[in-house]
Ligand binder design. Structure first.
Ligand code: DP6
Length: 332
């Protein structure tokens, strides 16, 4: 009853921001993403009668029983137990190979790895669609980390989310020239968690109706542009969609402002370099990090220029990454 999974994080090309149902974790709109080759979570789950309570270890540290994250993980384990018809307690150990909760989608890879390892350890035999749905119930963006390459998470219509899961648009090797350059601007834990932040946006932002009207269409269009491997269209729409999402964040009451001065500096530079003929686009999520999209041919020139921006602490180049998988090396 022990299993280990590895799931890679993903960066949304068209974003998910706002739920239509909190219990079932259903989004107001579909979204699209690229799974990253470089950043992943490995999670081992063991169900055993020897555990009196759920024991959760994150990056080597035991989680306090009353912490918010601990509660969310336990609730997800309850869901898996309910599906498997068991009540056995667990030990969970999970490691990220990147900073937690700094806008690098650790909840996406974390909940996808937990779902895959947990389902296997509980004796459930779930296919990719069912794993995506289970992951979604832990964290919306995690639904997109079960598949590799380029992915779309369908909004769906069903009130319990039976048709709201993610599927692959393109395999990683089908567009291997695509690059996502992650510029680390700050690694402090974020002030505004996505879950609470998006609920606050839905409740108070006067521009949220604009988002709701356009975001679904953005995702459908993005899926087509990805299929066509049209880099210019993908980049332009990704950048525009990210700016629209941040416009709703900034105009939430109280404001949700993830950008740091270096975030804005990178945005200005990307636009300027593009005018000079160096084609790249930016996107940002719930943190100050800027992810720059380009094609392989422009990677080294862009990295050279990005290295000259003082506020960037680290630059990581990602390619389209693989699907989540079960691995044999357990963490305990
Ligand atoms: C800005 O998936 O972390 O990264 O479903 O409440 O767990 P919950 O939120 P989460 O939100 C991700 C928000 C985003 C955009 C995106 O990845 O689509």
């Amino acid at each position: 009853m022990k299993a280990t999974a590895q799931a890679h994080s993903n960066i949304a090309l068209t974003k998910y921001w706002g739920k239509r149902d909190k219990k079932w974790m259903l989004p107001n709109n579909g979204s699209t993403s690229m799974t990253l080759d470089k950043f992943y979570t490995q999670t081992t789950v063991e169900f055993d009668e020897k555990y009196g309570t759920d024991e959760i270890i994150l990056n080597g540290e035991k989680m306090a029983a009353d912490s918010k994250e601990g509660k969310e993980i336990r609730e997800h384990l309850d869901l898996i137990r309910e599906m498997a018809g068991i009540s056995t307690k667990t030990k969970v150990s999970s490691n990220n190979n990147f900073p937690t909760a700094a806008g690098l989608a650790s909840s996406a890879s974390g909940l996808a790895a937990l779902s895959m390892a947990g389902a296997k350890a509980a004796g459930l035999n779930l296919d990719k669609k069912e794993l995506s749905i289970l992951s979604r119930r832990g964290s919306g963006s995690a639904s997109r980390s079960i598949e590799g390459g380029f992915v779309q998470w369908l909004r769906g219509e069903d009130s319990e989310g039976k048709d709201s899961f993610a599927e692959q648009i393109l395999k990683p090797e089908a567009w291997s020239e695509f690059r996502m350059i992650v510029n680390i601007v700050g690694t402090q834990q974020k002030k505004w968690k996505s879950r609470a932040g998006m609920a606050q946006t839905v409740a108070t932002c006067p521009y949220y109706p604009m988002w709701k009207e356009t975001a679904q269409n953005d995702s459908e269009q993005m899926t087509e542009f990805i299929k066509q491997k049209d880099f210019t269209k993908v980049g332009e729409l990704a950048e525009f969609n990210a700016l629209k999402m941040h416009a709703t964040m900034i105009t939430t009451q109280p404001m949700i402002l993830y950008w740091q001065p270096t975030t804005v500096e990178i945005m200005h530079n990307i636009a300027l370099w593009r005018e000079e003929g160096l084609e790249s686009y930016f996107t940002m999520d719930a943190g100050p990090q800027v992810k720059v999209m380009c094609l392989a041919k422009d990677e080294s020139e862009l990295i050279k220029r990005l290295h000259e921006i003082k506020g960037i602490q680290k630059i990581e180049v990602c390619k389209p990454g693989p699907a989540a998988k079960i691995i044999e090396e357990h963490l305990f």
